[in-house]
Design a protein around this ligand. Structure first.
Ligand code: CMX
Length: 134
């Protein structure tokens, strides 16, 4: 049971093309692909940074977690994703510590990872995603 790396830092934005220009054309990050995760109501665009990624989030509609986030807080850092080994054991440990999880069981996220979110109200204001390769 360990955290192996920062998987990604996710950034919510309204203009994906403008943000892509910054990260890819200007900063020179390597675009590695996009994927829609319908259950989460979002399109994700990944840019590699060493072993980690910047994930740009584009809501599929206003009535989605990222759509609501943009409406309420505007564009900015949306969540921090940590890759782990032993996700099921982490879930037990988090429950025992009264940390609120957003799903009972791990869900399927981008890249087919098993993921679970920790509510920002339980973590000092940061939405945290734990993810594990299947
Ligand atoms: N980071 C920090 N705080 C956040 C937040 C975020 N990303 N999103 C919401 N909050 C805060 C709100 O500002 C609000 O705080 P206040 O009460 O102080 O105003 C509080 O959390 C509750 O927010 P809300 O707008 O009432 O929204 P909900 O409780 O309905 O939903 C959350 C919040 C985190 C449960 C919801 O956004 C969610 O389910 N997120 C997880 C799913 C997700 O984000 N998917 C997209 C990514 C997919 C992927 O990468 O694969």
């Amino acid at each position: 049971m360990k955290v192996t790396k920062i998987s990604h830092v996710a950034i919510a934005g309204e203009d994906a093309e403008q943000t892509r220009i910054l990260y890819e054309d200007i900063l020179g990050l390597n675009y590695t692909g996009s994927e829609s995760v319908k259950r989460e109501g979002v399109t994700t665009h990944f840019f590699g940074v060493g072993e980690s990624n910047i994930e740009l989030l584009e809501p599929l509609s206003k009535d989605t977690p990222v759509g609501k986030f943009l409406e309420k807080r505007g564009p900015g850092i949306h969540h921090l994703a940590l890759e782990v080994e032993g996700l099921d054991d982490y879930i037990k440990k988090l429950r025992a510590a009264d940390i609120t999880l957003l799903s009972e069981e791990p869900q399927l996220g981008a890249h087919g990872m098993r993921i679970v979110f920790l509510h920002p109200k339980s973590t000092g204001g940061v939405l945290i995603e734990l993810c594990e390769k299947r």
